[in-house]
Ligand binder design. Structure first.
Ligand code: ADP
Ligand code: MG
Length: 697
């Protein structure tokens, strides 16, 4: 057997399961499967007692006897329950499938080893579909050590490809004496850093002898993964600086100065000033700017966009500002056009609902150069939108746009325009270093003065009465309230609150004020009417879905209620909360949830109550969910998926990998020497499996 042997030729796999591996995990060869690393390990040398199985215990191994069997439920709900006991108490083992076979193969008079994850069900603890084997010398010996666990999908489990089955296949492969696992790092690097070989690392990662060996294997494989990402990024940034010329904005002129001196509505924060300088410098280098502007919700990114847009206009260029939703595009249009009207700058709005004659006029004005700033949704990137001389493209809330969409903006002029991507989803530093290794990053790390942190509370559904009383008081004080729901309509599948029912309830419960509703399934015109009533304070309560997550700015709104908050991710909760706390009044965010919550969910809600700092929240989010799940990350284009390294916790290995990658690129950027040839070969292999995000902002 070789690394490139296809899985279907491995004993015990066959074509059908090989197909599943391919479809579900994108694994087709032995090498692919060996790169499918476990997500955790359980120490099976330890036995627990039944009395130690309490809520939230993770996997346990028990020894004891089955006292009795019982079947409960009928039809699809039929299940087999075995009462399993040791000297300290009893626990229920539950099977929903294969009842007959299991009942026949298990006996009540012999001792078993049971392995699984206990959960509480009413007043009893149970283990669903446990691993169970007779307690014999052979079985004890086999399980004595660290056992690897693999992620599998529902479809795989149906074909009995659970974690344990995958483990067995991998052990079969590793036991084959003809298998050779090739080295992927330069020998020189391995020696110098004292790493273990790839061969050793792969064996230990799947089938560890002990904790220490496992740690060394993890270190080596994490290093390798981060090293190649760094090599990749540093190669592509080399390309970028040589490849993309840009327009040179030489002066800061009349428009900028007169706005800055006469019309600025407030003094800029130090952070805003710093960032504007950074952008200004970039625009004057003769190379295309590609800059990511990170700033927490409410940090004043729009003013940065506005002032830097004036620099572009001062130099005779047009500007586009693209927002992810129509609501947000409208809002930018309103605020920017009114602020710029004293300067006589022509600002236009282009969204899907601008049609007919009006649209033609705008497009014509754009082509002739009469329009200075075009604000809109992704309607901006359509081919019919032709600029006379686009020099600067601002993209707001970038995680909503795909990489390909952004790239289209590049083609709107002879040279690509300068690009500023603004995001309110702060990306942890380690991640920014990796994902945007080739992109400049600016950070607004200061909020405008006078902002009070939003006070955040977590309530269970049964405290609804208290919450309503609180909302009545806020309304009496003239404040406005958002109530956000996870669903628009009632769903048969999901037992969640929904906006349509919430709307009716709020109208009933709050007769003293007007309630409006906004959700994604409404017609745009109706959305606008509702939005307007809220913005002009005719309505005090806005019932909504997450369509209001992004950007909406109503400073008088001081309460954000989030229903079924357990259903939202941390960064989404933070975005939603950012809709309040924009005025001078103390603002509140109330997270409503059901009572039974998984531990991780409870932690998530707790983090929201503890901090308002978007960066802390982003770090925690990454820690809880892993970077792969970070909102928008797939789109912003991590060059390759991480299989083992964690950007949340492997910062040290990352900077080491970065240094080493730099050194090698400096010595031998084409990987021509005998020593570093191996880097070029592996990089090509990895790149083969990925799209070239490196060339796009
Ligand atoms: P975001 O970064 O979330 O896009 P905005 O640009 O919408 O934030 O700004 C949020 C609010 O703060 C707006 O009402 C804006 O006018 C106001 N603002 C921005 N900068 C300042 C400042 N330096 N001082 C006072 N208010 C500011
Ligand atoms: Mg904004």
């Amino acid at each position: 057997m070789q690394e490139d042997t296809l899985l279907k030729y491995i004993p015990g796999i066959g074509p059908k399961r090989a197909e599943l591996f391919l479809k579900q995990l994108n694994v087709s060869s032995v090498a692919d499967l060996l790169a499918y690393y476990p997500y955790k390990y359980i120490d099976r040398s330890k036995f627990y007692t039944v009395s130690e199985c309490i809520d939230d215990t993770s996997y346990v191994q028990l020894r004891g006897k089955i006292r009795r069997f019982e079947t409960r439920g009928i039809g699809a709900k039929e299940r087999l329950i075995a009462t399993f006991a040791d000297a300290t108490g009893s626990i229920e083992l539950v099977w929903f499938k294969g009842l007959k076979y299991i009942k026949e193969s298990l006996k009540t008079d012999i001792e078993y080893i049971v392995f699984g994850k206990p959960t509480r069900f009413g007043s009893t603890m149970n283990i669903v579909h446990p691993d169970i084997e007779p307690l014999t010398e052979a079985n004890l010996a086999k399980n004595n050590g660290l056992q690897a666990f693999y992620n599998t999908s529902e479809a795989m489990k149906k074909s009995y490809l659970n974690s344990e089955a995958i483990r067995k296949v991998i052990i079969t492969i590793l036991s084959d004496t003809s298998l050779k696992i090739c080295e992927t790092l330069p020998e020189e690097l391995i020696m110098r850093l004292g790493l273990i070989s790839k061969n050793e690392a792969i064996r230990q990662i799947h089938w560890p002898t002990d904790n220490e060996q496992l740690k060394r294997a993890q270190f080596r494989l994490k290093f390798e993964e981060l090293f190649y990402i760094q090599i990749f990024l540093q190669k592509s940034s080399q390309l970028r600086t040589t490849r993309y010329q840009g327009y040179r904005f030489e002066r800061v002129g009349e428009y900028f100065h007169s706005f800055y001196e006469k019309h600025l509505p407030f003094p800029l924060t130090g952070a805003q000033k710093r960032v504007i300088k950074e952008i200004r410098n970039d625009m004057n280098t003769g190379r295309q700017m590609n800059r990511l502007l990170q700033g927490d919700v409410g940090s004043g990114k729009t003013m940065v966009a506005l002032l830097t847009a004036l620099i572009a206009i001062d130099n005779g260029y047009q500007v586009s500002i693209m927002a992810p939703t129509e609501i947000l595009a409208n809002q930018h249009y309103e605020s920017i056009s009114s602020q710029l009207s004293p300067l006589g700058i022509n600002v236009q709005l282009l969204t899907g609902s601008v049609k007919g004659k009006r649209r033609e006029q705008i497009l014509l004005g754009l082509k002739e150069g009469i329009v200075n700033i075009l604000i809109g949704t992704h309607a901006l990137i359509e081919d019919t939108v032709v600029f006379k001389n686009l020099g600067y493209a601002v993209i707001d809330e970038q995680h909503r746009f795909g990489v390909a969409q952004r790239a289209k903006l590049w083609t709107k002029n002879v040279l690509p325009p300068h690009v500023l991507v603004m995001t309110a989803t702060p990306i942890p530093r380690t991640l920014a270093m990796t994902v945007y290794g080739d992109l400049e990053v600016s950070i607004i790390d200061e909020l405008p003065p006078g902002r009070k942190p939003v006070a955040t509370y977590h309530f269970y559904d049964n405290a609804r009465g208290e919450m309503n009383a609180f909302l009545h008081r806020q309304i009496a004080e003239g404040r406005q309230i958002y109530v956000v729901y996870p669903l628009v309509k009632e769903s048969e599948k999901l037992d969640l609150h929904n906006a349509e029912q919430g709307f009716v309830q709020m109208i009933e419960n709050f007769p003293e004020c007007k309630v409006v509703m906004v959700h994604g399934q409404m017609r745009n015109a109706d959305k606008d009417i509702a939005m307007n009533e809220f913005v002009t304070a005719k309505a005090a309560i806005m019932v909504a879905t997450t369509v209001i997550e992004v950007g909406v700015n109503v400073p008088n709104a001081s309460v954000m209620v989030i229903e079924n908050a357990e259903r939202f991710g941390l960064s989404q909760l933070h975005q939603l909360r950012g809709r309040v706390g924009r005025g001078a009044e103390q603002s509140f965010c109330i997270l409503m949830s059901k009572y039974e919550l998984a531990r991780e969910t409870r932690q998530r809600l707790q983090i929201m109550c503890n901090t308002n700092d978007g960066f802390v929240i982003a770090e925690e989010d990454m820690r809880l969910r892993g970077p792969g799940d970070m909102e928008g990350l797939k789109q912003s284009g991590l060059p390759f998926d991480l299989h083992i390294a964690s950007l949340a916790t492997d910062g040290f290995i990352l900077s080491m990998a970065r240094d080493e990658a730099k050194k090698i690129i400096a010595l031998d950027s084409e990987f021509e020497s005998n020593q570093y040839q191996i880097v070029g070969i592996n990089l090509a292999k990895i790149k083969n499996n990925t799209t070239d995000w490196g060339a796009i902002s």
